[in-house]
Every structure is written in structure tokens, then in C-alpha cells.
Ligand binder design. Sequence first.
Ligand code: ZN
Length: 282
Amino acid sequence: MKSKLLSRILRLALPLLLFASLTAGAAELPKESRVPGGIALVPVPGDPSNSLAPTVIFNTHRVAVVRRDDQWIAVVGIPLAEKPGELKLKVSTPSGTTEVPFRITDKSYRTQHLTIKNQRQVDPNPDDLKRISTETQRSDAALSKFTATDAPTLQLISPVEGVRSDSYGSRRVFNGQPRNPHSGMDIAAPKGTPIRAPAAGVVVEAGDFFFNGNTLYIDHGDGLVTMYCHLDSIKVKLGDRLERGDLIGTVGATGRVTGPHLHWGVALNRAMIDPALFIGMK
Ligand code: ZN
């Protein structure tokens, strides 16, 4: 009777243990969502016993590649502006270069109407436009970084406690005028709430930006770069090496905002993707 019970318990528990180990393996990667603003996990050719990963290029940007089970997987950030249909990766291995196609489907995002008190933050003057142009270049350089590592860590924790909006991808209309779609996640929290590094990385850009207010950028390696906007205070400086959980700044309301919150952007191969895919919200 006892052994029967034991074998029943084992029969029930074993699949659970197996499931737990499978999901633990899957948790190393963000959630896949083959839509504009999402992530595609694409198996690519290459000898998995080789310690050198194949080089993968998408839209001229290098892509993170991880080894999972007995395969190389490209973790591809899909730009919000990408059209549904077939896309192609360029994959280079010691035996040559090939194209690997993958498909994405459409996703419709909402439209958000926002009212900004300072009209200049909607219609910048010529001096502002000069400043914005310089800042856009700095931001683009930071978000385009690809620092190769031996073992990509593509796991992030939420950088701040607070109310997470699901407004990623929304078309935005400020004071009646259409502007760029929302390329990150807004997390509402009181001014002064601590913001923590969601993974190890290096501070590669920081400053006071016209639209984004006090902003900083962290390079986590392999084309994963995160950005933090509207901070009240920045607690790190350029070149600082961070561990997951390190204090990097506090929530504020600097730049073009309607109230205190963290705007959190996540770039993968330069594409600003939906951060929710990294923190188990989707
Ligand atoms: Zn935002």
C-alpha cells in the first residue's frame, strides 16, 4: 500500500520536476512574440559544439545568439515600424553565409491622447531642435551598442516597483499633434522611488535630455541596452560597472511628462521592443 502510494506520488511529481527544469531553461530567454515591437527566437545554422556562435545580422544590426539545448538561437528584436510578412537574418558560420527567413504577423496598437502643459515640449523652438538633434545622435549611439560577451545574459528584472502601464507601441498625440509611438514602458511611482539595474551592465550614456529629462543608458552586452528617462536624480556615472539590483537613480518628472514615472526602454539589436516580454508580463 505504501509503495503504491509512493509510486503514485512519483508519477505525479516527476512530470512536475521535468516541467520545472524545462521552464527554468526557458526563463533564460525573453518571451517570444513575432510582431512589430516583439521578439523572434529563430534557430540558426551552426555547429552547437563549436564554442563560437554564428554571427547574425538583421537590418544591418548584429543580433544576440544563445545556445539552447543543441541549437543556436538568434534572439531578434523586431522594430515597431516593421511590416508584417517575411523578414531575413544574415547568418555567417565558418562554412559560409546564408539567409534565414522568419515571419511576423501584424499587431494593432492603441492611440493615446496626452496633454502637456509646456507647449514648447510639443513644438520645440529652433534652438531646442538643435539640442534635440545632438541628443538624438547620443541616444542612437548608446542604443546601437553591441558588446560581445561569451555568454549572453538576456534576463531582466523590473527596475522599479510601481504601476506598469501597457502603453508600449501606442500612437501618441500630444496636445492634438501626432508624435512618435511610445517605445517603452511607463511605470508610475512617487518621486524619489529607487530605480535598480535590471541586470549587470555598464553605464554608457547619461545626461539631461530635452524630451526625456534626466536619462541614463546601460549596456548589458550582446545588443541588449536599457534606458531610463525622467529621473529625479541619477546615482551613477559614465563607465560605472553595475550588478543586477544596484541603485541607479530615482523616479522623477523631468522632461516631457504628465506626472512622475519611469519611462523604461529596452533595445535589442537597436529595436526598441516591448519591455513586458522581459519581465513575464506577457
Ligand atoms: Zn514613456
